[in-house]
Ligand binder design. Structure first.
Ligand code: HAM
Length: 426
C-alpha cells in the first residue's frame, strides 16, 4: 500500500463527530453579532507580509517567529494571516469603509501561527472577531465587551470566564511611561531573564507580562502604567468602568495586562478561564486608534476583539455545555429491489421539497432489508421509510419508527409530511 500522508502538525481536521459542535457555536455567534447590528467582512487568508509587520509590530512574537511567510512565484513576500485585525483595516482602507464612517464588522475564519502546539494552541486555529471603526468614546468599548459577555451567557459559561481590563493610555503617555519602566527594570537587570533583557531594549512593556516567576517578582513592584495615563485616557477608562458596572459586568483591573501586539492604545482586555490549563485566554482585544492611519488611511478610532474558537469549543466540552449531535439524518429511505429505486428517490426528493429543514437520507448501494436498516440506525435516523414493489404499486410508503416501540404503518405517499411531523416531534 502507498504511504499515507498526514496533516501538518498543529493543523487539525474537524471530523463529522466534531463539526456539529462547531456549527452550533458558529450559529450562536452569528445570531449574537446580528443582534448588535454588526456586518460580516471576509478577507483573503493570504496578505502581503508588510501588512502584518507594519501593524502587529516587528518586535513581537508573532512577527519575529510565528508567521508562515513565503515567496510566491513572482517573488513577492506573502504571509498566511496570523490574525484578522490588520486585514480588516487593510480592506476597510482599500474600499473606503472607514473614511469618515462608522463601521461595526465581524469575521470568522482560520488564522496561522507557527507556535509550539499544545492543548488550546494550534498552528492553524480559528478566530471569531469584531472590529469597529469611527467610534471614539468608551460606549463602544463597553459594547464589544457586552457582546462577548452575551456569548458566555448564551453558552452557559459565564461563571467559568473572567474579565481583565487595563488602559495603555495615549502613545505619548506610554512613551513617557516606557522610560520610567526602563529605568526601573535596568536597576533590577540581574533578576531579569534573557527574554526580558532583550525586551527591555526592544519592547519594554512586554516584560510586564513575563511568565517567569523571578521576573514577575521584579514586575510586581514596577511603576504602574495606570498611574501614568494622560488625562483623556484616564477619563475614557473611568467611563468604561462605569458602563461595565452599570451593565453588571464583573471585571478585574490588571495594570500588567499589555497584550502581545503593538497596535493597542487605551483599553485592552482579556477573558480568561482556569478550566483550560496553560492556554486560558479565550478572547482578547482592545482599542487601536492609530492603526488605520498607520496603514495609510485617514486617522480613525477603532476597537475590537478576537475569540479563539478551538478554546471556546474545548471549554464548552470541558464544562459539558455542548453535545455532539452527530446524527446525519432523521429520516432514512430504504428501497427493496432495483425497480423501486426511482420511486424511493422521488419520495425522498418530494419530502425535501415539502420540508426543506428535514434531514432525509436515501439508501444507496442496494442490499437486503437488514443491511438497509442497519445503515438507518448508523445514520441516527428516527424513522425508516420502507419502500418495496407493493408500496410502489399503491403509491404508498411504510413508516417504521426506529427509536421507540411504535407500530409500523403504511400510508399514502402524499400523507407523509403530516404523519412524519407527528413522529419527529414525539
Ligand atoms: P490575540 O490575543 O493574538 O489577539 O488572539 C486572540 C485570541 O485568539 C486568543 O485569545 C486565543 O483565544 C486565540 N488564539 C491566538 N493564538 C492561538 C493559537 N495558536 N491557537 C489557538 N487559539 C489561539 C488578536 O489576534 C487580535 N487581532 C485581537 C483583536 C481584534 N484586537 C482588536 N481587534
Amino acid at each position: 500500500m502507498a504511504k499515507t500522508i498526514q496533516a501538518i502538525r498543529g493543523m487539525n481536521d474537524c471530523l463529522p463527530t466534531e463539526s456539529g459542535k462547531w456549527q452550533q457555536v458558529e450559529a450562536t455567534i452569528r445570531q449574537v453579532v446580528a443582534s448588535y447590528g454588526y456586518q460580516e467582512i471576509r478577507t483573503p487568508i493570504v496578505e502581503s507580509t508588510d501588512l502584518f509587520k507594519r501593524s502587529i509590530g516587528e518586535v513581537t512574537d508573532i512577527v519575529e517567529k510565528e508567521m508562515y511567510t513565503f515567496e510566491d512565484r513572482n517573488g513577492d513576500s506573502l504571509t498566511l494571516r496570523p490574525e484578522g485585525t490588520a486585514s480588516a483595516v487593510r480592506a476597510g482602507n482599500e474600499h473606503g469603509l472607514i473614511y469618515n464612517q462608522q463601521q461595526r464588522l465581524w469575521y470568522m475564519g482560520p488564522m496561522f501561527r507557527h507556535e509550539r502546539p499544545q492543548k488550546g494552541r494550534y498552528r492553524q486555529f480559528h478566530q471569531f472577531g469584531v472590529e469597529t471603526y469611527g467610534l471614539e468614546s468608551a460606549d463602544i468599548d463597553a459594547e464589544v465587551i457586552l457582546l462577548s459577555a452575551r456569548l458566555w451567557k448564551l453558552f452557559g459559561i459565564e461563571d467559568a470566564v473572567s474579565l481583565q481590563i487595563n488602559s495603555l493610555g495615549s502613545n505619548e503617555a506610554r512613551q513617557a511611561y516606557k522610560q520610567t519602566l526602563i529605568d526601573y527594570l535596568s536597576a533590577h537587570k540581574s533578576q531579569l531573564d534573557e527574554d526580558s533583557l532583550r525586551r527591555l531594549e526592544s519592547n519594554p512593556l512586554r516584560v510586564l507580562d513575563s511568565k517567569n516567576p523571578q521576573v514577575q517578582e521584579v514586575v510586581a513592584n514596577a511603576p504602574s502604567l495606570l498611574d501614568h495615563l494622560d488625562e483623556e485616557s484616564e477619563a475614557h477608562f473611568k467611563k468604561l468602568c462605569e458602563l461595565l458596572d452599570a451593565a453588571g459586568i464583573r471585571y478585574e483591573v490588571n495594570p500588567k495586562l499589555v497584550r502581545g501586539l503593538d497596535y493597542y492604545n487605551r483599553t485592552v482586555f482579556e477573558w480568561v478561564t482556569d478550566s483550560l490549563g496553560a492556554q486560558g485566554t479565550v478572547c482578547a482585544g482592545g482599542r487601536y486608534d492609530g492603526l488605520v492611519e498607520q496603514l495609510g488611511g485617514k486617522a480613525a478610532p477603532a476597537v475590537g476583539f478576537a475569540l479563539g474558537l478551538e478554546r471556546l469549543v474545548l471549554l464548552l466540552e470541558t464544562l459539558d455545555k455542548i453535545e455532539a449531535n452527530d446524527a446525519a439524518a432523521e429520516i432514512y429511505v430504504t428501497a427493496m429491489g432495483d425497480d423501486t429505486l426511482a420511486y424511493a428517490s422521488q419520495v425522498a426528493e418530494t419530502l425535501r421539497d415539502q420540508k426543506p429543514a428535514w434531514r432525509v437520507m436515501l439508501h444507496c448501494g442496494g442490499g437486503n432489508f437488514k443491511k438497509q436498516l442497519k445503515r438507518a440506525d448508523k445514520a441516527g435516523a428516527v424513522v425508516a421509510l420502507l419502500i418495496g414493489s407493493d408500496e410502489m404499486a399503491a403509491g404508498q410508503v411504510s413508516v417504521k419508527p426506529l427509536r421507540n416501540n411504535g407500530e409500523q404503518i403504511t400510508v399514502a405517499a402524499t400523507e407523509l409530511p403530516q404523519v412524519l411531523t407527528g413522529m419527529l416531534a414525539g
